[in-house]
Design a protein around this ligand. Structure first.
Ligand SMILES: C[S@@+](CC[C@H](N)C(=O)[O-])C[C@H]1O[C@@H](n2cnc3c(N)ncnc32)[C@H](O)[C@@H]1O
Length: 211
């Protein structure tokens, strides 16, 4: 199938999608917003005073959802792609994995924080297993950062794709956090291997060398 036909089909599918329609109706920038709403309804981790880091925030669905709940805390969003301003959300337009970005994040909050979210996905290359592996690596790197900057009872929630890297993510999460749950929201497309890992309570900060 030709490239613009595939893209037309994708656009038509999107328009029929119930969460896409809901996101338009409710003024969210992405259908992903409903994944966070659903996961927060289940795990109840975003409170009015939460200090929250949103990695891979653009176009801004998750940050928008968080900003409706957090009235007395702080939200910092990070993405390589630009994100239009959301009220009460600060934004760093950089790759989250740079040492410099870590320093800016730590400096921004100045305290240990409550929640680290990652909805990051690697750029698609056409090779699904490679893409899922790369997104898994983003999950692992954000887990390392989370384990260093979260409060003892903090929450790390990250996207990954079920595939070859799953075992490694699970093992590292279990070494690092007290509670680890895999969760697929109803709003995550059934045909997608996308899944989220919810982790709560730091056991110990880790880096890749001491595992
Ligand atoms: C699925 S989108 C996130 C959607 C967002 N949660 C929302 O609700 O609108 C994934 C994002 O991850 C970002 N991303 C991928 N790798 C990244 C990296 N190394 N650092 C920062 N952002 C990254 C992409 O630029 C993309 O905007």
């Amino acid at each position: 199938m030709k490239k613009n036909k595939i893209s037309k089909n994708w656009q038509n599918k999107q328009k029929r999608d119930i969460y896409f329609k809901k996101s338009k109706a409710q003024g969210y920038r992405s259908r992903s917003a409903f994944k966070l709403i659903e996961m927060n309804n289940k795990f109840n981790f975003i409170k009015s005073s939460t200090l929250l880091l949103d990695l891979g925030s653009s176009p801004g669905g998750w940050s928008h959802v968080a900003s409706k709940k957090i009235t007395n805390g702080k939200i910092l969003a990070v993405d390589i792609k630009f994100m239009e301003k959301i009220k009460d959300v600060d934004f760093i337009n950089e790759d989250f994995s740079f040492e410099e970005t870590h320093k800016k994040i730590i400096n921004h909050f100045k305290l240990k924080i409550d929640v680290v979210l990652s909805d990051m996905a690697a750029n698609t290359s056409g090779n699904k297993s490679l893409d899922s592996y790369k997104t898994g690596e983003l999950c692992l790197k954000s887990m390392v950062l989370a384990s260093k900057i979260l409060k003892n009872d903090g929450v790390f929630l990250s996207k990954f794709f079920m595939g070859s890297i799953f075992q490694e993510i699970k093992e590292k999460a279990n070494k690092c956090f007290k509670k680890v749950i895999n969760y697929k929201p109803l709003s995550s497309k059934k045909e997608s291997k996308e899944i989220y890992i919810y982790c709560k309570g730091i056991l110990k900060p880790f880096n890749f060398h001491n595992l």
